[in-house]
Design a protein around this ligand. Structure first.
Ligand SMILES: Nc1ncnc2c1ncn2[C@@H]1O[C@H](COP(=O)(O)OP(=O)(O)OP(=O)(O)O)[C@@H](O)[C@H]1O
Length: 260
């Protein structure tokens, strides 16, 4: 039983089809997970379950011991911070970076009152600085580059001090430099013992930051493999999941994969 996330035989049915099929997943404190799988494998659906945005059709999902269905989804949401393109798209562009982050303390997307707790203010600025965008705190969100927006989005997700940080394809759309810089920042977060549990959804093994400990491979809505990252992100497993012969290698904590 996972003490932070506990998913048991979770099935989600849509249009008569199991888009998530009897998924078991246990996540404990201190773990950093990557979720991999081809398009349509069910990654987004699983993330919606464990961030309290959707109920399973059958089976159970518990977040820090609180089981979906027994508590209000609204009460569970502050436990999970999410950074995704979908959340980014809802952030009003006329908000300053620091406001985008500190409003998250109250679950809002935009400033709705002028007076903030100075502690929130300090925390928002410290998170921006920690993510390397401290100098941009007064810039309007709409004027930030894609990479800068992603860093502000991660600071925002961390603001309520969640138990779980979910990063849904954080490197998508970034150029090579932006990706490498973000992977480095995420690696620092992964190695930081004070970071919450981290779940990273990605399509590319090159985007797995050093320091990640576990991997979950999804195929056709079901778990194909799950466990320690080195034993799970293997040539045999990825070849089976993606349906082509892949050679996976790992150097200095970084993975790469190519067709053979
Ligand atoms: N509301 C819905 N109704 C019907 N089918 C759905 C619904 N939501 C998702 N699906 C289907 O469920 C499957 C899994 O979708 P999901 O978005 O979870 O996959 P994913 O692994 O995140 O894919 P991608 O990598 O393309 O983002 C897909 O085939 C999708 O079309």
């Amino acid at each position: 039983m996972g003490d932070v996330l506990d998913v048991r035989e979770a099935t989600v049915r849509r249009d008569g089809r199991a888009i998530l099929d009897s998924v078991d997943w246990s996540v404990d404190d201190g773990q950093r997970w990557v979720v991999l799988g081809p398009n349509g494998a069910g990654k987004t659906t699983l993330i919606q379950l464990v961030s309290g945005r959707m109920h399973p059709t059958s089976g159970s999902v518990a977040i820090v011991g609180e089981r979906l269905g027994r508590v209000n989804l609204e009460d569970l949401r502050p436990l999970v911070g999410t950074m995704s393109a979908a959340v980014d798209a809802r952030i009003p562009g006329d908000q300053r970076a620091v406001d985008v982050v500190r409003t998250a303390a109250y679950g809002h997307l935009a400033t709705w009152r002028e007076v903030y707790d100075p502690q929130d203010d300090r925390r928002a600025r410290a998170l921006l600085a920690g993510l390397g965008v401290g100098s941009l705190e007064t810039r309007l969100f709409s004027t930030l580059s894609s990479g800068e927006k992603k860093r502000v989005g991660i600071a925002r997700a961390l603001m309520p001090n969640p138990e779980v940080l979910i990063l849904d394809e954080p490197a998508s759309g970034l150029d090579l430099g932006g990706r490498e810089n973000l992977v480095e920042t995420l690696s620092q977060l992964a190695f930081d013992q004070f970071s919450p549990v981290i779940v990273l959804v990605t399509h590319h093994v090159e985007e797995i930051p050093p320091g990640f400990t576990h991997a979950l491979l999804l195929k056709d809505g079901a778990v194909y493999a799950s466990g320690q990252i080195g034993e799970t992100v293997t040539s045999a497993n990825l070849s089976a999941v993606f349906g082509l012969n892949l050679a996976v290698s790992r150097e200095d904590g970084r993975f790469s994969a190519r067709k053979v």
